[in-house]
Write a protein that binds this ligand. Structure first.
Ligand code: CP
Length: 307
């Protein structure tokens, strides 16, 4: 993947996703592996939205590999504000080795990637969250040894995290079902892509409004905040619609008896998930957070060095 962008998982081959997971797992087993491999290299990390996990792992991951990171937040200026997106990309490529972007618009990430000679990594847009999905696959693989045939029920809004999980699951032979209130289904174009990828990989993807049917026998019950970043104004009206889809102990019990709970965090405890589930012995939420570090290190090594 040397020099390649990671703006969406559907741009990758299944083998490339599996290679990233293998590298991430190796880095998890041996955190000092490839220490110094990115000495003298720099990541530019651009955030239009708040972040804890993505920003810290993006910076720490670079430091662990011997490189450094420059974090840029909106108060420092917006890409495309003072000068064209193309000109920003042509400046950045002269100074840094990889560009990570968390933006509202997927198009802004794609446009920057189009004009930049260094890899651009999507750190979350309103449409997709591929780095989260890679860390999540690493987490599921860690829990169940393999991904093919595993069933994941994403309960909540058919949002960017749900979209990337649909694509990631479709690429790796999983069954991914988005369980959502009517009107909050995943983006249909993403769903179509996921279905077509799933067909090639013996995977199954879909969505349902039926909570019990969607969660029944799932190996993984996953949820996310009801109002994604940038949609906080809708939170109050959404709460009423989403409350029947709260992942509480009764809902978690509908899944397979060894099911694990996952959440990309931050969690709004008492809304989309109860404390009893978030802190359950089969909750993997902090393993997921840890795996963000191993995943971004693998992405840096693959896109900058081709490892
Ligand atoms: N899951 C996730 O992307 O966390 P942050 O918003 O804290 O980066």
């Amino acid at each position: 993947m040397k020099g390649r962008d990671l703006v969406a998982l559907w741009d990758l081959e299944r083998e490339e996703v599996e290679a990233l997971l293998d590298l991430g797992a190796a880095l998890k087993t041996d955190p000092a592996r490839h220490a110094g491999a990115l000495a003298g290299r720099t990541a530019f990390l651009y955030f239009e939205k708040p972040s804890l996990r993505t920003r810290v792992t993006g910076e720490v991951g670079m430091a662990q590999l011997g490189g450094s990171a420059v974090t840029h937040t909106l108060d420092m200026g917006r890409i495309g504000g003072r000068e064209s997106v193309a000109d920003v990309a042509r400046n950045l490529e002269r100074w840094v080795d990889v560009i990570g972007m968390r933006t509202f618009s997927q198009e802004l990430v794609e446009q920057t990637a189009q004009h930049s000679g260094v890899p651009v990594v999507n750190l979350l847009t309103d449409l997709l969250h591929p780095c989260q999905a890679l860390a999540d696959l690493l987490t599921v693989r860690g829990a169940f040894a393999s991904l093919a045939g595993r069933s994941l029920a994403f309960v909540g809004d058919g949002n960017n995290v749900a979209h990337s999980l649909l694509i990631a699951g479709a690429m790796t032979g999983m069954k991914v079902t988005v369980v959502c209130p009517p009107g909050y289904e995943p983006n249909l174009a993403v769903m179509d892509r996921a279905r077509s990828i799933a067909e090639k990989n013996g995977a199954e993807v879909g969505y349902t409004n039926d909570l019990e049917a969607g969660v029944a026998a799932a190996d993984v019950v996953y949820t996310d905040v009801w109002a994604s970043m940038g949609q906080e104004a809708e939170a109050e009206s959404k709460n009423e619609v989403f409350l029947p889809y709260q992942v509480n102990e009764a809902v978690f019990a509908m899944a397979s008896k060894n099911a694990v709970f996952m959440h990309c965090l931050p969690a709004h405890r008492g809304d989309e998930v109860t404390d009893g589930v978030a802190d359950h012995e089969r909750s993997l939420i902090f393993d997921q957070a840890e795996n963000r570090l191993h995943a971004i290190k693998a992405i840096y090594l693959a896109t900058i060095l081709g490892l």
